[in-house]
Design a protein. Structure first.
Length: 357
């Protein structure tokens, strides 16, 4: 067992089922910033649990020295130094093609591929890894930029967005046994109707992959069922209808309702009073907020006052699963984020590649 502020238990309501499932479907997750004690702890725990095959990017000897200093085993953990990798020249050539196709300018491919975020994104795009977790040693924009530059978008996704899976200790009455997915907490400041609908649909996919039960999506507003008349409320209502059509077209087994206040989304008694007949019945497990300000504030409030534990910002809208973690994240967040992208990879391959789920 790895020492630290968190330790995994098989009865963890979110991570326990994920670990047990991934033991039969292990996936490779690359960490671009491998020289980080939090990443080393998370990687060692993932290997101990036989759930994920971690790949750390960085100077091998330096990573090994840090691991020895903290008594962390590196057995079965892959370490790749991008510049000395056998794939470096091939990735440079692939980047030349991507760069030319996307008119990305005249940046030297070798300089770009020396950046661990870009090397990790290239590994993900071309099948050298099944998922990626980054951002722990850089600003979020740099990691998102690498992903958007090199990973193909999903059809009908005009931009990337994000959602945050959260565990709420001591609150099994909320969401799915204390599990909630919040969106978009990191990317789009003021989403359009179409973007808000896209966020709802892609967050529902993540919830289905992680929770292994049908998503129940609440489109959040300061109004419930027309209790307030305002253009921002109308936008949420329109996005709800658009997302419902998209979920139906994709044959995703999910319930969605909006506009709803948070209490009408999460409290059954309040839902009966404010939103009678709502298919969610106050049991939403996905909360889609109308903008980044409200979503990010709700996420941080739950972290600071409700002891919520996150699985990182899961990046939405790309054809490969990735997550962004903050520079202040605990190693438990790194660990949970890796499990989440691995679970999403299983779901991706089941849909796109026809593998059994």
């Amino acid at each position: 067992m790895i020492s630290g502020e968190y330790s995994y238990h098989d009865d963890d309501p979110l991570l326990g089922p994920m670990v047990r499932y991934l033991r039969g479907h292990p996936k490779r997750v690359v960490f671009p910033d491998g020289l980080d004690i939090r990443v080393l702890r998370a990687a060692a725990e993932l290997v101990r649990l036989e759930a994920v095959a971690p790949i750390l990017l960085g100077h091998r000897a330096t990573i090994q020295s840090l691991a020895r200093e903290h008594g962390i085993p590196l057995d079965l953990i892959g370490i790749v130094d991008p510049e000395s990798s056998h794939d470096f020249d091939r990735f440079c050539e692939l980047y030349r093609k991507v760069s030319r196709y996307r008119k990305a300018g005249s940046a030297d491919p070798r300089e770009v591929m020396r950046l661990p975020g870009y090397f990790a994104a290239m590994m993900l795009q071309y099948g050298y890894a099944d998922g990626a977790v980054g951002g722990n040693q850089t600003i979020p924009a740099a990691w998102f930029r690498a992903l958007q530059h090199l990973i193909r978008r999903l059809p009908d996704c005009e931009t990337v967005s994000s959602c945050v899976p959260l565990r709420l200790p001591g609150r099994p009455d909320l969401g799915s046994g204390g599990l909630l997915v919040l969106a978009d907490c990191a990317v789009i400041p003021v989403p359009t109707v179409a973007q808000l609908a896209m966020i709802a649909v892609e967050s529902a996919k993540v919830a289905a992959a992680l929770l292994r039960e049908p998503p129940r999506v609440a489109m959040i507003s300061f109004s419930t069922r027309g209790s307030v008349s305002h253009p921002s409320v109308q936008k949420v209502t329109a996005a709800t209808g658009l997302a419902r059509e998209r979920l139906r077209a994709l044959r995703i087994d999910a319930e969605i309702d909006g506009e709803l206040e948070v209490d009408a989304a999460l409290n059954p008694e309040t839902a009966r009073l404010k939103a009678p007949g709502s298919p969610l019945r106050g049991r939403a497990n996905v909360l889609v907020f109308p903008g980044l300000s409200s979503a990010h504030s709700a996420f941080k409030l739950l972290e600071c006052t409700g002891r919520a534990e996150s699985a990182g910002h899961q990046v939405l809208g790309l054809a490969r699963p990735a997550a962004q973690i903050s520079r202040a994240s605990s190693w438990s967040t790194v660990f949970a984020a890796a499990l989440a992208v691995a679970m999403r990879s299983v779901a991706y391959r089941a849909v796109i590649a026809g593998e059994p789920n």
